[in-house]
Design a protein. Sequence first.
Length: 246
Amino acid sequence: MVRRWKTGIKGLDELLSGGIPESSLIGLVGSPGTGKTTFVMQMTYNALKEDMPVIYVVTGYPIDEFKGRMKEEGYLLKSFKKNICFIDAFSWRLPNARKDEHTLSSLTALNDLNAMIKNAIVDLQMDTSPGLIAIDSLSDFLLYNDPTSVYKFLQLLSGLVKAYTSVGIVVIEQGLHDEQVLKTIEYITDGTLELKMFGDKRMGRIKRMKDTAHPLDWVEFELGKEIIIKVNGDLLFKHGMIKKPR
């Protein structure tokens, strides 16, 4: 029987037969503005509320600004400081920024990133309490490195996720990379969640997920403080609004 990692997004967990299979590395693919970071923030907060450790690699903001954004979204982290490690992959480009052992020297430093994740796994005792490893976003690393180097890093990350029966999620910007890059990432990962804009509507689907029978339908969703997701007309959970398109 496949053990599953509950995202806390009950509608999504329902569609995934209970959640993402444990020891899975998942790609979250979408164009800018489709809600990818919000999705990962919610997964992070839900994991922390369940007393699960989280490693979160941030490439798009200084860490303090990112924490402020999470607070504005309603994700209060003060009570969970001991269970989360942020790895700063942004501040290397700021000459006067405060840097510490969790600050990456450059987006080309993939070996250092792998070492930081390993150290965080030990510090958070993820060997005894499986959790979540999130990279938002992998696309920034693809812009600064030869794709083959990123594939190798992704394979190492997949190995860590499997070794510690955790779940990993990597954000990928759609439209930024050629089709072969996306196909290779799909080959390395265990599943793909896809977000898109259709006109003025945000749509999402489970494109693929290992060991899981799931629908392939696109569903409409709206970002907001409360998300209400419906599947086949039945209310399943709160946190955005997702419903079957007509």
